[in-house]
Design a protein around this ligand. Structure first.
Ligand code: PHE
Length: 459
């Protein structure tokens, strides 16, 4: 997928370029579509009361997520280096300061912290492949499925083991530069995941509780919207789109000149949002049909989907395929989470890709142990936002990503010259003007509003 390309007088990437526009879209889609859509969106929406939260989330995706994503890609392509170096280079070039590299640094740290717990949940999906094959879910009651989950996450050795296996797999493929296989994997995985979500949706529609699920997701009760749930909606928009931490910037560094950034961003945002909505529509009816509560937390998907699979014909097969696909989706996201750190170490310390990946992987694995223990041994140790897992999640999704996104969009809108950005976005027509207005005013004001509101500064 990565082929060397020469440039017309512009910087060229150190790592080669994507072979095609499609390869780039697939890679970014692979990074965006993951646990965030299927595991996180339903439980966060559930915890924050549904309807109004979903509406704010969608508004954040379109009004803030889209311009931030375009900014990240255009910065990445213009800099053509790892996010730290790119921000430093462009900072100086655009008459700002080299200190903009700290925005890249913030992203490197955010990626490491996110993957530390992301890998733990991805480990759950690996375990659920094995459970599906064994047939434990066939005809199981809600109580049995719930007990299966509680027993599993309650055992730190099992959770630690699957976290270790997932990190091992991720490091192995990233170190070998198997991004070559990534394109093929995503090309197959995203459509297949879509088909399985439709199967689940069909089951949900037949459950008799579809209307209640839809009502929960789309009837806004603005009274239920707290400052913190508005922040959670913004955080979820950043998390699910993989923006605010340089993953998309790192991928943009390998993007050929002629590719349309606007078109690619729109494609990714549409695919990602559709899958999250489908997941919600499949899961909430099952929640109500089985007398569960939407606000149940991180176990929601693992307590609902196996019930549906357990009831449907061919359930063992569908359930196995589903968790295989979800593990794949997590894996293609894990690559994006590691890429800024790995690319930075390779370029900055002249390490090989393999050395950098193993080093970063070990660090992430170690930090992840905190999240492993958050569901068992240290489940009762709560501070600030809750368990260690809750805190790492809150800090990254609700603080670091929005802050990173604010700085990135500010940089693209206010520090970079109109010439540079219109050059990257291809012209100065209506679409460009719309982006520029969003990057300068809409997105920064939106993010600042939500952040300041959350800490109570807006009264
Ligand atoms: N977007 C991914 C998901 O929804 C998570 C992710 C965040 C990946 C940031 C890369 C960077 O699962």
């Amino acid at each position: 997928m990565l082929t060397q390309q020469t440039d017309d007088g512009k910087r060229s990437s150190l790592h080669g370029n994507w072979s095609s526009r499609m390869a780039f879209i697939l890679a970014v889609t692979g990074s965006a579509v993951g646990l965030g859509n299927i595991w996180k969106f339903p439980y966060i929406a559930g915890q924050n009361g549904g309807g109004a939260f979903v509406l704010v989330y969608l508004a954040c995706v379109i009004l803030i997520g889209m311009p931030v994503m375009m900014s990240e890609i255009l910065i990445g392509r213009r800099g053509r280096r790892n996010p730290v170096r790119t921000m430093e280079l462009l900072g100086k070039e655009e008459g700002g300061s080299g200190r903009w590299r700290w925005v890249g640094g913030l992203g490197v740290v955010a990626g490491i912290l996110i993957l530390s717990y992301y890998s733990v949940i991805a480990g759950w999906t690996l375990a659920y492949i094995v459970k599906s094959v064994s047939g434990v879910f066939a005809g199981a009651s809600p109580q049995a499925v719930g007990a299966e989950f509680d027993n599993f996450v309650g055992d730190w050795r099992l959770v630690g083991l699957t976290h270790t296996v997932f990190m091992g797999l991720a490091v192995f493929v990233v170190a070998r530069g198997v991004e070559r296989g990534l394109e093929q994997a995503v090309r197959f995985m995203v459509p297949a995941l879509l088909v399985l979500m439709l199967v689940l949706l069909g089951y949900s529609i037949s459950s008799g509780y579809f209307g209640q699920g839809v009502a929960f997701m789309f009837t806004p009760d603005f009274g239920a919207l707290t400052r913190d749930s508005i922040l959670a909606a913004l955080g979820q928009a950043f998390f699910t789109l993989s923006i605010g931490m340089g993953a998309v910037m790192a991928y943009g560094a390998y993007l050929p000149e002629e590719t349309s950034i606007t078109g690619a961003s729109a494609a990714v945002v549409t695919a990602d949002t559709s899958i999250a909505m489908l997941a919600g529509l499949a899961i909430f009816p099952l929640v109500f049909a089985n007398g569960l509560t939407p606000g149940d937390g991180p176990g929601l998907v693992f307590n609902t989907l196996p019930l549906a699979f357990g009831q449907m014909p061919g359930g063992v097969f569908f359930s196995t395929v589903f968790f295989v696909l979800l593990s794949f989706a997590a894996w293609t996201s894990a690559i994006g989470l590691m890429e800024p750190a790995v690319a930075w170490i390779v370029e900055h310390y002249s390490k090989t890709r393999a050395q950098a990946t193993v080093g970063v992987g070990l660090l992430i694995w170690f930090i992840g142990l905190g999240s492993v223990l958050s569901f068992n041994v240290l489940a009762d140790a709560r501070f600030l936002a809750g368990t260690i897992f809750d805190n790492v999640d809150y800090l990254t999704s609700n603080v670091m990503l929005p802050l990173g996104g604010l700085l990135i969009v500010w940089f693209a809108g206010w520090v970079m010259s109109r010439n540079s950005t219109s050059d990257e976005l291809g012209g100065s027509g209506a679409l460009y003007k719309l982006w520029r207005f969003s990057a300068r005013y809409l997105a920064p004001v939106g993010i600042l509003f939500v952040l300041l509101n959350a800490i109570g500064l807006l009264g």
